[in-house]
Write a protein that binds this ligand. Structure first.
Ligand code: GLU
Length: 309
């Protein structure tokens, strides 16, 4: 089994990133697997080299080891472009001229998936002449046409999950108007090409998994489906997802408070249901006690995990 860490180098690590990486590491290692480290630096404006370097140092310090990489998305532009051209030549893409404000004003709320907003399909059927006219004054983004089709999979933590791509997801971005390839395209190609078969990450990405699975089957038909496991988000006392600005959950703060890597891991493992008591522990020691089945039972009663440090 091959899992991955896929951090975006847009800030310093915090308890939420470490928790997801720790579970990814445990899932892979508890069945003799390995970990790939991929730096998701697709967003050139927000990504910074010093953050990427800090991530490598922090994972190493925490004992969250990796076996392959680091791979960088900035080295993969050719692969993304090839897939983009393939989709274009198969008539699966269309240019979208909507501004961000128009996209959100017209978005349809997916019936069952909470916050997910579905693109209304405004530019899907523009006449050829209209596209040509708009092309002269605006640089479009590019969306993929999703079929009216259910995609289902069994999440290792949340159980069975289904989305209808047309209703719950909508035509999604493959390339942004600034020319950058979209996260959804890059992550699918990277996971398949790096041979990833275990995808463990925060539950905020659960609603992205059906579209990624569909795109993976389309663009990399020879790759088997990966196993997904989504972990709960750590939230503030007010119920908000932990963010880089929540200083008491930043790794720097945790280092000050718990001093050793085992202390930090022990605290996060306890808060996140991986340990019944709080005590210093290394990922290696935790591995012997980890079972996805019992973790799944714990998560079923702890959908959001309050962070109290
Ligand atoms: N790069 C994303 C993040 O740091 C994770 C993407 C993924 O795991 O698919 O939030």
């Amino acid at each position: 089994m091959k899992g991955r860490f896929a951090p975006s180098p847009s800030g310093r690590m915090h308890a939420g990133n470490i928790y997801a990486a720790l579970v990814a590491w445990l899932v892979a290692h508890s069945c003799g697997g390995t970990i790939v480290l991929r730096i998701e630096d697709l967003d050139r404006e927000r990504s910074k080299r010093e953050y990427a370097e800090a991530i490598l140092r922090d994972f190493a310090w925490l004992g969250l080891t990796w076996d392959e990489g680091p791979f960088y998305q900035h080295d993969r532009i050719r692969a993304y472009d090839e897939a983009f051209q393939w989709l274009l030549s198969h008539d699966m893409l269309y240019p979208c001229f909507c501004t961000r404000a128009e996209v959100s004003a017209n978005a349809v709320r997916a019936p069952h998936f909470g916050e997910k907003r579905v693109y209304a399909g405004t530019c899907r059927n523009l006449a050829k002449g209209e596209v040509e006219r708009l092309m002269r004054s605006r640089v479009p983004s590019w969306r993929v046409k999703v079929p009216d089709k259910d995609v289902a999979f069994d999440d290792g933590v949340y159980g069975s999950y289904t989305q209808n791509l047309a209703q719950d997801c909508g035509d999604f971005l493959i390339r942004r108007s600034d020319g950058a390839f979209a996260y959804q395209l890059a992550v699918v190609l990277d996971d398949a090409d790096e041979g990833i078969d275990s995808i463990v990450r925060g539950v905020d990405l659960l609603p992205s998994s059906p579209q990624q699975l569909w795109l993976r089957r389309l663009l990399r038909p020879q790759a088997d489906d990966p196993q997904y496991a989504h972990v709960p988000l750590l939230v503030t006392a007010g119920g908000k997802r932990l963010a880089k600005r929540d200083h008491d959950a930043s790794l720097d703060e945790l280092k000050k408070r718990y001093r050793t890597a085992a202390g930090v891991i022990g605290h996060i493992a306890f808060v996140g249901g991986l340990m019944p008591i709080e005590e210093p522990i290394t990922p290696e020691e935790l591995k012997g006690r980890f079972s996805l089945a019992s973790y799944r039972v714990w998560v079923s009663g702890n959908i959001a995990v309050p962070w109290a440090s």
